[in-house]
Write a protein that binds this ligand. Sequence first.
Ligand SMILES: Cc1cc2nc3c(=O)[nH]c(=O)nc-3n(C[C@H](O)[C@H](O)[C@H](O)COP(=O)(O)OP(=O)(O)OC[C@H]3O[C@@H](n4cnc5c(N)ncnc54)[C@H](O)[C@@H]3O)c2cc1C
Length: 464
Amino acid sequence: MSGQTCSTDVVVLGGGPAGAACALRLARLGHRVTLVERAPRGRPHVGESLPPTVLPLLAELGLRERIEAAGFLRPRGALVQWDDAPHELNHDGPEPGFQVDRGHFDALLLEAAEAFGVNVLQPLGARAPRVDGDEVQVPLDDGRVLQASYVIDARGRRGAMNARAPATAALYAYWRGVIGLGARTRVEAGDDAWYWGAPLPDGTFNATVFVDARRCAGLDPWQRRALYRELIARSDLLGPSLDSAVCGPLQVCDATPRVDAEPISERLIKAGEAAFSIDPLSSQGVQAALRSALQAAACVHTMARREGSQALVQRFYGEQVERAASRHARLAAGFHAAAARHREHGFWQARRGAAQAPATRRASQPLPALHERVRLDPAAGFECVPALDGAFIIEATAVMHPALEAPVSFIDGIPVANLLAPLDTTPTVRELLQLWRNDYGDTRAVSLLASLWRQGIVAAAPAR
Ligand SMILES: Cc1cc2nc3c(=O)[nH]c(=O)nc-3n(C[C@H](O)[C@H](O)[C@H](O)COP(=O)(O)OP(=O)(O)OC[C@H]3O[C@@H](n4cnc5c(N)ncnc54)[C@H](O)[C@@H]3O)c2cc1C
């Protein structure tokens, strides 16, 4: 097979959640897609906790029922000891998330992609893609070369990307014979490390310790294992129950939040952790990877189908990656700052980050009465920005406001320009609701007003 060149529309490198989701979406949009995954189907991977917020993304991919039927664990919350005493953290909403076997979860995504016509080459490694005019060449480990118009790089995290926080290492092992830890995820802040532990569908228990990466540097495997066992023994939530259990082989990996300096170029788009990785504390890595995969697919689809869209698409994707990485970095810094209030150790102080911006939302202020007049808050403004609209990246009007993390073009799927236009006439709340009811229905009209009021985008108008 050496030297043979195979042509397709899009090559996806990597068959983790990002690669599989992107390939699936592109195949559905009518592109010929070949995906190359180095590891055999069902390869193990960390990242087993999926909070309920992953459900809408799975539904968008048409995979929700398949994942719900797979028999993964459905924990209703977590046991968290971030300050002094442990407390229950229950997920909002009626439906729980998942505790998955990632080999199985990722394989289900790949099977779904295959069912939609994606050509999956596995196990087979891909080398660095080479852009050649309007085409990209991807040499494969078996000597073949794939040729495509676009390449999605979803090969996961790389140490060479820019770090967004001090270097952190994860030490983890799968334990057998664990008794007394229950079904919930356990999260704990220690003096100079933090812990994450959860039962898995196969009956094992993943216990992970996150430490400053410098603590592992230069240690031989025996010393690393000794460090891991010592840290686990110091954990209130994990130590006592793991004491009598059997510890599997120790694994160590990078867990530093990182972002790629150039996530998109003319023919190459990085998706998932190849574009940015987040602090595992939020357990949102998989959903961040899925979201970036859907955005990357829309970028390819737009560039392939709409001539002259490249600059808009590149701006869109670059902004999305930067915003997502920054939002997650702020979130993680907030959690670390909370732990740092009770702990002096440099591990926490170095990760607490900058103070949070003051919230401008008026969460508790009651809605205005029906006869009162409302208007667009004077701090709000409009701008044209690239936005995701279904399968395409378009230029859309967005509202900007200090309460918003980023300009917003669509609220609940409605273009903001249409939604907010009636506010020009400073209507009464009754008039505004009537207009919105006609267009969007009763329940939506009320929840739109409540949400825009809470965020401060809709404000009371001065008396006439
Ligand atoms: C310690 C730790 C704990 C975590 N816990 C959670 C959690 O609880 N919940 C959560 O949502 N996220 C968690 N994450 C993050 C989560 O694991 C990642 O966000 C997710 O796996 C990213 O998916 P991806 O598809 O971008 O990359 P990956 O899942 O890493 O997939 C990349 C794929 O590319 C393949 N590949 C690499 N090189 C090549 C090549 N040259 N050719 C072909 N294929 C290649 C790899 O084999 C791999 O299958 C955690 C991360 C860490 C480090």
